[in-house]
Design a protein around this ligand. Structure first.
Ligand code: AMP
Length: 249
């Protein structure tokens, strides 16, 4: 069984991003970029399924600028077998990404498609759901546990006050949540070996997808600075302040 895993190159989660002076976007010039953390979890899950004998081949795919190759090489070092890079300098919205991933899936015919639940740059949380709709495939989102059975996969997600498990017929789309697994540390020999693994390049234009933007980003602004907190002497004082000053109770 083949698994297709989508990995996005995003600003590293440790970087404190700054807004550009003209408020048009965040400034990502010269900042550290890494694989989206939820996508690392997606790759790890695919590798574990392969180690358990449930998956036979893992194909990782990334859409974006030339440097996405580095992200793909990291995924290959984690244990993916093959990479596909859809190269473009265009800023792709989730719908465009979903259409491109569908085009790749039509070619690769995977049984499992694993994405992150959200990219930490746009925080959209849309691509997996849109991809499932475009493929007319079942979806299990925010997975905290994945179990592959015969022709189906069961996906558990954490919900308010408990767990919800859905059984999906394959092929199916899964999006990963934080507690699904802890991605492995990539060792140097694996990084070296990953350099020899196949990485296919596809030009966005060759996918025959309408990737034109539908959204207009009007403005990007820093959140308001928070005023400093104070210490109160007693619960009574706290309650009085919440009532009379903050007026929240
Ligand atoms: P989003 O809907 O933008 O929050 O992204 C959700 C997931 O879609 C990510 O965690 C990735 O698995 C996938 N994805 C989004 N954009 C890309 C991209 N440019 N290349 C590869 N995968 C992507």
């Amino acid at each position: 069984m083949k698994a297709l895993v989508a990995v996005k190159r995003v600003v590293d989660f440790n970087v404190k991003v700054r807004v550009k002076a003209d408020g048009s976007d965040v400034d990502i010039g010269n900042v550290k970029m890494s694989m989206n953390p939820f996508d690392e979890i997606a790759v790890e899950e695919a590798v574990r399924l392969k180690e358990a004998g449930k998956v036979s081949e893992i194909v990782v795919v990334s859409l974006g600028v030339k440097q996405c190759e580095e992200t793909l090489r990291t995924a290959l070092a984690m244990g993916a077998d093959r990479a596909v890079h859809v190269e473009t300098d265009a800023k792709l919205e989730p719908l465009a990404v979903a259409k491109c991933l569908k085009a790749v899936a039509d070619k690769e015919q995977p049984q499992l498609l694993i994405l992150g639940k959200q990219a930490i740059d746009d925080d959209a949380n849309q691509t997996a759901q849109m991809l499932a709709a475009l493929l007319n495939a079942p979806q299990g989102t925010f997975a905290s546990k994945v179990e592959v059975g015969d022709g189906e996969v069961s996906v558990t997600r954490e919900i308010d006050g408990g767990l919800e498990t859905v059984a999906l017929k394959l092929p199916a789309v899964i999006s990963t949540d934080l507690r699904l697994n802890e991605p492995r540390y990539v060792k140097l020999p694996n990084i070296m070996a990953a350099k020899k693994k196949p990485l296919e390049k596809i030009a966005l234009a060759d996918l025959g997808v309408d990737a034109a933007p539908r959204l207009n980003q009007v403005k990007v602004a820093e959140p308001k600075a928070r005023s400093a907190g104070i210490k109160v002497e007693s619960v009574a004082e706290l309650v009085a302040k919440l009532k009379n000053e903050a007026k929240v109770i």
